[in-house]
Design a protein around this ligand. Structure first.
Ligand code: GLU
Length: 307
């Protein structure tokens, strides 16, 4: 029996209370397609495990999910490879920036976790080895798990990521030099950038992340995950999902989740709800300012978090 909580009222109250932060932070501008987004936007969608859904403001506006895509890629790779996936990538928080080269060099090209760029590029390589058309299958999976067949890649963002992706190319080269990438480097990078370019709304993301609330095992598009695997995926989100701010996010919000530099954050309260929030202005660590505030207030006011 679900507790009686007026989620709609809570979401509306949160929006009112976080408006004061609407000019704080700066949107990602490393590619023109993200720099052009109107930063004065905010959307939020919460979906309960019983199927009820609550939204506020721009919950249906699509945005670039960027690194949130790394969760979908990991789910597919865990489904395909089981525990052996951890021979290719670690599961420890990095404590460094998501695109840092220093740690990667020091640790001989073995990425700390699948949510930093190096780890996600290795996961992209795994998917390419296992699937005949990884690009199409990835999109099919995302469409299936979110129940929205219209979700697609943003070609301009993908092209732009590639054009300006010098650091990611350096990471991929370092990985390759240590024998951590099997497939053609350019093709792996192109697939990685395409995954980052997927556009979804908060409603799409809340629906997709409901699968990770671990109410039951799932099988989307022929990629099954057991409850035990979903639990482990949540553990990685909890410890590694927020760049170099996973500890702060755990402390303030207390939910497993993943953020992206497009300003989106998707999180789950296992057994209870999935929530997605989006606002483009980021704090210095790369997490959405209003997004983090909104989730902090959500778990405080509902008294629902994993702690
Ligand atoms: N496309 C971005 C990059 O690889 C992803 C950034 C992110 O959302 O963390 O630099």
């Amino acid at each position: 029996m679900l507790k009686e909580i007026d989620y709609q009222q809570i979401l509306e109250g949160i929006y009112q209370d976080i408006k004061v932060y609407s000019t704080e932070g700066k949107q990602a501008d490393y590619i023109p397609a993200l720099a052009r987004v109107n930063p004065e936007q905010f959307g939020m969608c919460l979906r309960l495990t019983n199927g009820r859904e609550f939204t506020v403001e721009d919950a249906d506006t699509r945005f670039s999910i960027q690194s949130i895509s790394k969760v979908f890629a990991l789910a597919m790779a865990m489904s395909l490879k089981g525990e052996s996936i951890w021979e290719r990538v670690g599961k420890e928080p990095s404590g460094t920036a998501f695109n840092s080269l220093v740690q990667l060099e020091f640790e001989k090209g073995f990425p700390r976790n699948p949510f930093i760029n190096a780890g996600a590029i290795v996961i992209a390589d795994v998917l390419m080895s296992e699937l005949t058309d990884a690009g199409t299958t990835f999109l099919d999976f995302v469409r299936d798990i979110s129940g929205n067949k219209t979700i697609t890649y943003d070609r301009e963002v993908a092209r732009s990521e590639r054009e300006y992706g010098f650091l990611n190319a350096a990471i991929a080269n370092l990985l390759k030099s240590h024998g951590r990438i099997v497939n053609d480097l350019e093709e792996v990078l192109a697939f990685y950038f395409r995954m980052c370019s997927v556009t979804m709304s908060c409603r799409d993301l809340a629906r997709a992340f409901l699968a990770f609330t671990n109410v039951e095992p799932f099988n989307y598009c022929g990629f099954p995950l057991t409850s035990s695997q979903i639990k482990r995926l949540n553990a990685v989100m909890q410890t590694c999902g927020f760049y170099d701010e996973a500890g702060e996010f755990s402390y303030l919000v207390g939910l497993p989740g993943k953020s992206g530099v497009g300003g989106g954050i998707a999180a789950v309260c296992p057994g209870r709800y999935a929530v997605a929030v989006w606002s483009p202005r980021l704090n210095p660590k790369g997490n959405s300012v209003m997004g983090m505030k909104a989730l902090e207030l959500l778990t405080t006011r509902t008294e629902e978090s994993i702690f």
